[in-house]
Design a protein around this ligand. Structure first.
Ligand SMILES: Nc1nc2c(c(=O)[nH]1)N[C@H]1C(S)=C(S)[C@@H](COP(=O)(O)O)O[C@H]1N2
Ligand SMILES: [Mo]
Length: 371
């Protein structure tokens, strides 16, 4: 029988293509089980057969080549545990409302991915001097119906600057949490780009193009871009890339009823892109006072850190606001307010969670279902 605790229970944000959210309030493990990992797909899942699947490597390389599935499996592999957060995670909290999938807190998950470093594959092909970017293309395609409409079907594609592409944590993964990569998560092979928002981790990877130009594909110009104003230049749109520092509260959930004058275990997760989370602070009085939360494990670069805080709930019933705020090794602190330059992405400002403190409250849920 299936372990009842592995019941998926994902929230449907879109039925077709499948876009499913992890119910973040159920967070109870460092690694998110595959069945509960959120799914973000722009087009229908391409049916790729590992026997006929090929990864083409072309562009500015000495030896353009094709790698098949068995070739890839024979190359030296490595595993990396990384948090994958969609750049649109938490969008539902933005006011006024903005377009795009209305994700709550659960377009994020943490998994152990196993595969071949992208650098090894690039080395085999021999990258030319003067290379600027590496473009990763997925086997999925579709039409963009909103403006600017695409000229027919286009493939999902994203680029990485050569420097990031060569870093050892960037892998072409064929396993997720020790199991074969599931269909929805990019079977047979996907890129995993630790420290960057999810859109960089191209699923159903079929083609790599090495180029001496900056790639200007749809998913990094029209979509997944934000406003930036470097000194001395007019404001410009840049591709969304590195993950911001962020803490999220799993429990209490929004509008949860909490018992007055009791001991409540607040908990959640925090992550910091290419840096490391060094501190999570909690406020239970609307941001007037902040107290340190405790970590449940050591920092591991690219993976989230689970944290908890023992809240002695007020004796006076009423509505209270709880918040969590993370800091990282680079000195970044989660902002209290939204930066409008970020458009509809990179939603990392502190999220106030309103709860009801009442005389009696339902018992806290147990981790496992007992049926
Ligand atoms: N080929 C392809 N890769 C893709 C996407 C896609 O639609 N097609 N979506 C991207 C986005 S926006 C995110 S957040 C992650 C989600 O990965 P997951 O579905 O495994 O959680 O995949 C990325 N890779
Ligand atoms: Mo995403």
């Amino acid at each position: 029988m299936r372990d009842p605790a592995s019941f998926a229970g994902l929230i449907i944000r879109e039925k077709d293509p499948e876009n499913l959210e992890f119910p973040f309030s159920s967070l109870n493990s460092f690694v998110t089980p595959n069945e509960q990992f959120f799914i973000r797909s722009h087009f229908a899942v391409p049916k790729l057969n590992p026997r006929s699947w090929r990864l083409k490597i072309e562009g500015l390389v000495d030896r353009p080549c094709q790698i098949d599935y068995n070739d890839l499996l024979r190359l030296p592999s490595r595993s990396v545990t990384t948090t994958l957060e969609c750049a649109g995670n938490s969008r539902i909290f933005l006011t006024p409302k903005v377009g795009g999938l209305q994700w709550g807190l659960g377009a994020v998950g943490n998994a152990e991915w196993t595969g071949v470093p992208l650098a090894a594959v690039l080395e085999r092909a021999g990258v030319h001097a003067g290379t600027v970017e590496v473009v990763l293309q997925g086997g999925d395609a579709g039409e963009i119906k909103k403006e600017p409409q695409s000229p027919g079907k286009i493939h999902y594609a994203r680029s990485l600057p050569l420097e990031k592409a060569l870093r050892s944590e960037v892998i072409l993964a064929y396993q997720m949490n020790g199991a074969q990569l599931p269909m929805s998560h990019g079977f047979p092979v996907r890129a995993v780009v630790p420290g960057w928002y999810g859109m960089a981790s191209v699923k159903w990877l079929t083609r790599i193009v090495v180029t001496d130009r900056v790639f200007r594909g749809y998913f990094q110009t029209s979509d997944y871009a934000y406003w930036d104003q470097p000194e001395g230049l007019p404001i410009q749109l840049l591709p969304v890339a590195e993950v911001e520092v962020k803490a999220q509260i799993a429990r209490p959930a929004l509008h949860e009823v909490v018992r007055a004058n009791s001991v409540y275990r607040m908990h959640g997760a925090a992550w910091a892109g290419e840096s490391e989370v060094t501190k999570v602070e909690v406020s239970t009085n609307g941001g007037r006072m902040w107290k340190p939360a405790e970590f449940l494990g050591a920092a591991s670069r690219y993976a989230w850190r689970l944290w908890e805080y023992t809240w002695h709930t007020p004796s006076r019933v009423g509505r209270y606001t709880v918040m969590a705020r993370a800091s990282d090794a680079r000195g970044r602190v989660q902002p209290m307010h939204r930066d409008p330059h970020r458009g509809t992405y990179m939603i990392s400002h502190v999220q106030p969670i309103e709860v009801e403190v009442q005389e009696s409250a339902p018992p806290p849920p147990t981790d496992r279902y007992t049926i």
